[in-house]
Design a protein around this ligand. Sequence first.
Ligand SMILES: Cc1ncc(COP(=O)(O)O)c(C=O)c1O
Length: 435
Amino acid sequence: MEIPKNRLLPDTAQINSLGHLEIGGVDVVDLAKRYGTPIYLYDETTLRNRMREFVSSLKETYPKSKVLYAGKAFLIKKMTRILAEEGLGLDVVSGGEIYIAKESNFPMENVYFHGNNKTIEELKFALEVGVRNIVVDNLDELKLLVSLVKRRPINILFRLTPGVDPHTHSYISTGKIDSKFGFQLNSKDLETAVELVKTDTFLNFKGLHCHIGSQIFDTKFFRISAEIMAEQVVTFTKKWNLPVEELDMGGGLGIAYKPSDDPPTPKEMAVSVADPIGEVCNREGIELPTLILEPGRYIVGNAGVTVYTVGTIKEIPEIRKYVSVDGGMADNPRPMLYQAEYTAFLANKMNKIPVETVTIAGRFCESGDILIDKAVLPTVENGDVLVISATGAYNYSMSSNYNMCPRPIVIGVRDGKDEVWVEREKYSDLVRLQR
Ligand SMILES: Cc1ncc(COP(=O)(O)O)c(C=O)c1O
């Protein structure tokens, strides 16, 4: 097997003298022996590399900018500490995510609160712990905020639906017209919201936001949505006399899940959004807004892998060979949710040549619990250490206790050292809240 060149595996991945996969200077086979499996394994170097790359690409392209990490992709206390050290802000979508940020002393002024149905309790909690930036999704939410914010002013951004469909799977495309997210352009609700915000003393209009979808490979969709949003900047500034200080264009940059994937770079994403904004603001003589981007998947996706142990193997002659691992849909629901595709490696057989095509099945009681339909691997045997790459985003954060299975341990590696970031759940955790 080879280490793919398209950054599918973490940046530090290599094959050591034993023919084992090594990440962050740590032998993955040895790690599996010491901690058991499954493991969500994160390479801290890759996390930091991606953060730095994203921040510097955007800064070089558009100096007046900031990067918020989309916490929904993977948020634990360790992550918020790394983010703070690297100077990124944080996009949160729930009281729980805010709580994690608060627990790790993340600077609350760098937190932006999103969501299409934030509850009163969540909004109150956000205000209480010092979240100052709320991305308002709809008129009902704005009215709620007017009733809640009576002392200290807060900043608000309006989430708009630019109507761009980036042709990804419909479950992960959020900016097209038929979407539960955001204000429709030119709508009555938006006009009412504008009037409301102009008359309220405690809501400080800060800017606009959109997010058109995720795992986007064609930057033309970022460009089209930036053109639409730049025209909105003009409308807000000139027609409604609400200058747009911040324009948040969301996340969505795609990553490699397969060796053949060739996603765009952060620089290409930055250029595709910055160009139209620059052109329109220039043309209209409007001051450039601060440009915000919110990558999630790009920062964590390829920094993480999941480590499993191969259990039973079932061969159906001339049909397929099922290789079952000790995890599956509860630690990675994405293949079942939207047919996400992944790549597997045998960490203990990295110097062996791939010779067979197998189906990687999970251990959960659903026939559809298939992690990879066709994985090309060296001869697979019971006890092999199987690694699925690019599981750093939307895996741990979407995991469940289906079949009453405890969630895996989360381990970080760096410079030859491993560290437990989140303990493996125990059976006792499964009944902890039960009466
Ligand atoms: C509002 C918003 N911002 C950012 C993101 C992050 O997207 P990605 O992980 O594709 O970069 C999402 C993901 O759905 C989102 O809804």
